[in-house]
Design a protein around this ligand. Structure first.
Ligand SMILES: Cc1cc2nc3c(=O)[nH]c(=O)nc-3n(C[C@H](O)[C@H](O)[C@H](O)COP(=O)(O)OP(=O)(O)OC[C@H]3O[C@@H](n4cnc5c(N)ncnc54)[C@H](O)[C@@H]3O)c2cc1C
Length: 418
């Protein structure tokens, strides 16, 4: 049974009860909230005997969200004996939610299936599910291992306008569901688990996950990428208390406020535009004297009356009390420093590949992406890297899906040669 939405009265009654209560504070406009909803519903089902697992829509229950000091969504809070015992912001996997509620759960023995799949795909974004579609359609026994929900980064955006075939654009979450169902139609299977370790060198590759061990004759690495942190002191501690990485997800929290956006590429430009429609003032801080973002962004940004620019500037420090109060900027040309008061800092300084699993086993490029060309072949036979996790010039849905198809083509040749 899926987690149900509750109101203030039901909340008061539930948390006063015997059973611990897990609450997901969410909102319909929050794209990341949708991404965790599948995993959350599975938690509701699997732990129903030990936990009340419910949701609070903060748009319908604003007073409750304020009372519970919810500053970023999704926030998951566990209540015991009428009080909040612990909370977690924007968990990245079902395993992470399970880790969070861990001490309530009995320790399970590690599961191990000796079945050797023809292809195991790590990551269920557009690259992963396209590989799954092609592999399953070719008759390969195909398994996708996904730690959160289908769609990856794509599921975080409401509108994809540059994926061919959808003339009105399409919601990324909806497209993700379609890609997954299409791959499943041909027999691909999905296990929701986080891959913690992979042994990629042997002929039969071994994958250790939060749901046990899996084996594959070929492996497609499709783990994508995530936001790169700014790297200043207290950044992590202040995440959720003024520091954010996704304007589309957390922008609404800054209605009528002043925010700083750090970065000069396409995502910083897009974030500044989104925030200019919500916040009172947006200050775009960029280390150079011109944006790296494509030209289409330049005019709208300059025309927006509530966007200010701080060129040649870097964030040295984030100022705060219990949440962000401002940023200390340094002009890299003049060396001058200034403090800019703000309520939030949106970090948009690029992405980092989720390539940790491959470290020490596969060749990576200088930025940490898995070294693979258009063939998607990595430095080990039978191992392919697709989508945002591999070295490439353009990281988009359309290039990730192209990689997915190519990886299967190469894997079929590899398997035929065995
Ligand atoms: C807000 C936003 C808006 C965007 N808008 C557009 C757009 O309009 N058009 C466009 O073309 N592109 C857009 N992009 C870029 C596009 O979404 C990505 O290029 C694309 O999703 C990359 O696909 P992928 O399959 O390589 O990886 P991802 O989409 O990143 O998927 C990787 C998946 O792997 C899973 N994973 C990672 N590590 C593990 C592990 N250890 N175990 C199990 N699972 C794991 C993740 O949970 C994730 O689901 C946007 C990106 C963002 C963030």
């Amino acid at each position: 049974m899926a987690a149900v939405n509750i109101n203030q009265e039901q909340f008061n009654r539930l948390i006063a009860g015997e059973k611990p209560v897990l609450v997901d504070f969410w909102a319909p406009w929050c794209t990341y909230c949708r991404r965790i909803s599948d995993a959350y519903d599975r938690i509701a089902q699997e732990y129903a005997d030990r936990l009340e697992v419910v949701k609070v829509n903060i748009d319908d229950n604003e007073a409750l969200a304020i009372q519970e000091k919810i500053e970023i969504i999704p926030t998951l809070v566990i209540y015991r004996g009428g009080k909040a015992a612990a909370s977690i912001v924007a968990p990245e996997s079902k395993a992470m939610i399970e880790g969070f509620i861990g001490d309530l759960l009995p320790q399970e023995e590690e599961k191990e299936s000796r079945q050797v799949h023809d292809m195991v795909i790590v990551g269920g974004g557009p690259g992963g599910y396209t590989a799954a579609l092609y592999a399953a359609r070719s008759g390969l026994d195909t398994l996708v291992i996904e730690k959160l929900s289908a769609g990856g980064q794509m599921a975080q955006t409401h509108q994809i306008d540059n994926y061919p075939g959808f003339e009105e654009g399409i919601d990324g979450y909806e497209l993700a569901g379609r890609m997954q169902r299409q791959a499943h139609r041909f027999g691909a299977k999905t296990v929701y688990a986080e891959v913690d370790r992979i042994d990629l060198a042997p002929d039969v590759k071994r994958l250790e996950t939060s749901e046990g061990i899996f084996y594959g004759k070929t492996v497609v690495l499709a783990m994508g990428a995530s936001p790169r942190p700014l790297g200043v002191e207290k950044e992590q501690e202040l995440t959720g208390r003024g520091v954010a990485y996704c304007a589309a997800c957390d922008g609404m929290m800054y209605k009528g406020k002043t925010v700083v956006v750090v970065g000069g590429g396409n995502s910083a430009a897009a974030d500044a535009m989104i925030l200019s429609r919500i916040a009172k003032k947006v200050i775009l801080v960029h280390r150079r004297d011109t944006l790296r973002a494509t030209k289409v962004y330049h005019d709208p940004l300059k025309k927006a009356e509530n966007i200010e620019f701080r060129w040649n500037s870097v964030v040295k420090e984030i100022e705060h009390d219990d949440r962000v109060t401002g940023v200390r900027l340094k002009n890299v040309v003049s060396g001058e420093e200034e403090t800019v008061a703000c309520d939030g800092v949106f970090v948009s300084v690029g992405r980092k590949p989720a390539s940790q699993l491959a470290q020490g086993q596969l060749e990576l490029d200088e930025s940490g992406y898995i070294a693979a060309d258009e063939t998607t072949q990595t430095s080990l036979p039978g191992v392919y890297a697709v989508g945002d996790v591999r070295t490439k010039a353009l990281r988009q849905v359309v290039t990730a899906v192209a990689d997915g198809a190519m990886a299967v083509h190469m894997a079929e040749e590899y398997l035929a040669g065995k």
